[in-house]
Design a binder for this molecule. Structure first.
Ligand SMILES: Cc1cc2nc3c(=O)[nH]c(=O)nc-3n(C[C@H](O)[C@H](O)[C@H](O)COP(=O)(O)OP(=O)(O)OC[C@H]3O[C@@H](n4cnc5c(N)ncnc54)[C@H](O)[C@@H]3O)c2cc1C
Length: 221
């Protein structure tokens, strides 16, 4: 599909502003370049969307979109030659009480872990060069000293990545009613999709809302 669309797909093009009009929508990129379209489908997560200046969309809809929040989390993965934890009859799953919130085996020889929102600040406060060693020490406490000798480590701070500003949609008590019935709906020619526009985030939400928004845009224009 990408090949068919060719140059119409623009990668690495951050959107800075949207002006939505019934006859002509204007999209301004961070570079200052201006694109025009008959409709706009936003697939941005709610955090980055707050940084986009939007005009021509109803106040209530913007208030609903802009109050949605994301769980601020980080992902850590340690890669080993083999799943050494099995030697001790362990399956790699844990609920942890340190900076790591939970671990699980992601693949043969890979341990994955999440740093949950309430511990993310502790991770950010840790000097960057100490983060991986300290997280590995936590894994060693769970699975043994072989955890200290990975062949590779990957730490991704999704909560402060400017393009996601989070991990998955966060719905604290009261938030569903506060975001309200405009959630996941459209105001043609402005459409929204992405996992934040579904009931519970995740890939299923990204795919379902993408298909639904495309169908709606084709139907209503
Ligand atoms: C560590 C981690 C583990 C996860 N595990 C699972 C799992 O096991 N199962 C599951 O179902 N889901 C999981 N998820 C959630 C899932 O990855 C997301 O819900 C899904 O990828 C969101 O898809 P999306 O298309 O809505 O948004 P994204 O994939 O975030 O796409 C949004 C795009 O918008 C771009 N963008 C942002 N701002 C701008 C701008 N101003 N201009 C232009 N482009 C912009 C971004 O660069 C990005 O490409 C996980 C997420 C994380 C972080």
């Amino acid at each position: 599909m990408g090949r068919e669309l060719g140059a119409r797909i623009r990668l690495g093009s951050a959107v800075a502003a949207l002006d939505i009009r019934p006859d002509r929508c204007v999209v301004r990129l961070a570079t200052g370049e201006v694109l025009t379209a008959t409709a706009v489908v936003s697939a941005l997560p709610v955090g980055p969307l707050r940084s986009v200046a939007i005009s021509g969309v109803g106040e209530a809809r913007l208030a609903s979109l802009h109050r949605q929040r994301h769980a601020t989390a980080a992902k850590f993965a340690a890669v080993y030659d083999r799943p050494f934890w099995r030697d001790a009859d362990l399956n790699g799953l844990s609920e942890a009480e340190g900076v790591l919130g939970s671990t699980w085996p992601q693949n043969e020889g890979v341990l994955s872990a999440l740093v949950p929102p309430e511990r993310y600040g502790v991770l950010l406060g840790t000097p960057p060069q100490l983060r991986a060693p300290e997280l590995l020490a936590e894994m060693a406490g769970l699975f043994g000293d072989e955890a200290l000798r990975p062949t590779a480590c990957h730490l991704r701070l999704w909560g402060t990545d400017p393009w996601t500003q989070g991990y998955v949609t966060q719905w604290p008590p009261g938030e569903v009613m506060a975001v309200g019935p405009l959630h996941g709906t459209h105001e043609p020619p402005f459409y929204v999709c992405g996992s934040d526009q579904w009931v519970a985030g995740y890939m299923e939400g990204a795919v379902r809302t993408g298909r639904a928004a495309a169908e709606e845009a084709l139907r209503r224009g």
